[in-house]
Design a protein around this ligand. Sequence first.
Ligand SMILES: *Cc1c(COP(=O)(O)O)cnc(C)c1O
Length: 404
Amino acid sequence: MKSWVEISEQRLAANYRLLSAAAGNDLSVLAVVKANAYGHGAELCAPVLAAAGAQWFGVTDAAEGATVRAALTEAGTPAKHQPRVLVMSESLDEDAETIVHHRLTPVVSSVDQLESLARTLQDRHQQQPFEVHLEIDTGMARQGVSPGAPLHRILEWLGTQSTIRLDGVMTHFASAEIAGSHQTASQRILFEEAVAQIATSGLRPGWIHAGNSSTVDNPAEGPLPWLDTLARGLGARAMVRSGLALYGYALPLECEQSYPGPVKTVTPQVRARLQTVMTWRARITALREIEADERIGYNGTFTSERRMRLALLPVGYADGLRRELSSTNAHRGGWVILRGERAPIVGRVSMNLTIVDVTAIPAAALGDEAIVLGEGITADDHARIAGTIPYEILCAVKEKRVLR
Ligand SMILES: *Cc1c(COP(=O)(O)O)cnc(C)c1O
């Protein structure tokens, strides 16, 4: 193989266990494997996470849910012992069949969705009540139902029928990586109101969940003692949904300016102990030497200032390597790791090819493995250079994945 992505089973499992321990006994950790497990391969990751103890998975749509089910079955876990799978994005009517067939748990937020699901269940003569989770919009204006009258209508609908059971209630924070965030504080108040409204309706969900990786690790918020209190009031269990941290990354924590502290010391250790799971490797497919004053790559954005030795790697932006990692003489770009040393990218990253400078690595040889992303050049590095977040870097990687 010229280029491939290795997924460390052991590190993925270790990250899950670390997060689980940090969350404590009162808080379960749902493992988010949406977007093909943040580019790591949901089929590879789901069985590993299940073996590490994950009882819940989060996917974005019904098709991903079906993929996760198939992977778990393939790995030898019989259907009735598999973790639950939460479909976190709004579904369309046409998804109901897949959701019911694969026993996925959809997130709902309207009576229309519930009615469509109920029709599918009737068509299939489903006996047991089908479980759904209800999303409360507490301030992202993205998904979910608002507390008050809109929530009341849904609760009323749920209360008058027996095909669908409310198993969970959730919300999502807009600023989970901000310690002492005013936005999170106001979202919490709205969520508590919504949960109180649900308690009054007499419905008794089994799960209450909120927050993400940043929450587990946020010294001000994590691990959400108030969520557990809220859940206990309903006789439910509390849960946090973690994605990015499972794969070894975390957003930098920021402090709301007025945050008074003190910052707890247990949680920052979580991020320090996360291990990156993905290593993208590519092999040198060609080497050449050039004289001073030669132009390199598209538009000749880089001109050699001395004799140089260049290596060619069979990766480019079509494979998920950001074009912002390109360099000019005036502007340094990204790098790869070759024989333990940095080899800077020179000139433009092209669609499937990238040139790196190995002048300082005389031992570099044809067929050598370079680390394109992993130890020594992380998704955080790529994100900083490309002006984005590590999430986008990881999701974009398209190479073939192998478990290691
Ligand atoms: C993606 C997602 C998460 C996980 O977020 P991370 O920051 O990756 O931990 C949690 N909840 C919802 C609803 C999401 O869409």
